[in-house]
Write a protein that binds this ligand. Sequence first.
Ligand code: ATP
Length: 358
Amino acid sequence: MKSYKIAAVPGDGIGTEVIEAGVEVLHALAEREGGFAFDVETFPWGADYYMEHGQMMPDNGRELLKPFDAIYFGSAGDPRIPDHITLWQFRLNICQGFDQYANVRPTRVLPGVKCPLAGVGPGDFDWVIVRENSEGEYAGVGGRAHQGHAHEVGIDVSVFTRDGVERIQRFALELARTRPRKQLTLVTKSNAQRHGMVMWDTVFEEIKSDYPDVTTDKMLVDAMTARMVLNPKSLDTIVATNLHADVLSDLAAALSGSLGIAPTANLRPEGDFPSMFEPIHGSAFDIMGKGIANPIGSFWSASMMLDHLGETAAAARLMAAIERVTAAGEVMPRDLGGEATTRQVTDAVIEAIRAAND
Ligand code: ATP
């Protein structure tokens, strides 16, 4: 029997709660499906590890993760530690170290979930945002000088390479091609940012003719926020820079009903390093330890992980189970207007997996 080696990295805050729930769901799914199993190893890195060792993960952390088929990540962030340390030493250390350059974020309104937009409901939009995940505004290039003085400066430099731009745009064009509408919107800010962003436009013009079956258009990021709210049905697949897509995907998550639902995949399409799957939300300290975190973002991320592993039937079964629970509306987590705990939502999804008779 095939056994997938999964590295669970729950991290901080509610990350630990939703990843534990997700691992339970994965095991239930493997049992129901037959033919494969999960061999899950948990790496307890993050804020507590930092308090003990002075770093978020060990020096050889990536070496330890490299042999795994996939990484299932919770969240990074803790009030005791500055955010830029938790982010760079932990999540970005893994994403950038493994050159997981394609960050993929599907968004739609699940059945039974209320979209905050009037007149928009389940089935009305189905987006995938593709975020450049290796460079751009988050390349980490820059510095500070004259610290503490009145003339202190802080500089962040965006780095766009032709290779980096072309590979993410081709990835998005390929992805758009597999979707029913075969439509891709390129998002930039090439009116105000006249170097790297113009290169994004130029590269897109050069390569899009290789995908004649994909309909394309272009938007400036500010106008894009308005289009997402005012005309969500007009969009399908979207590609944007690291920063722009980061912001757009939080908006997208909110439009899907709650940040607690949204999943993401950090893909290394070449497969020479493992890819990483995580809910989009952060550590949410206001609700940590209370057992009320919505685990659906973590479950949906697990479904993306199954797709990536080639277990497409199991991925679809998991999504169907999630949707059966949200559509029934009896066991809804608090952020979706219900009263259910993480445990109850997890049990309901496992029950739906077991009950499926197809
Ligand atoms: P970080 O800085 O790590 O991103 P944060 O607390 O600023 O963390 P999020 O964790 O993304 O931001 O959460 C924002 C708010 O959304 C939280 O206050 C929380 O109440 C809510 N939230 C996020 N995820 C969930 C979830 N899975 N279930 C329920 N509520 C959630």
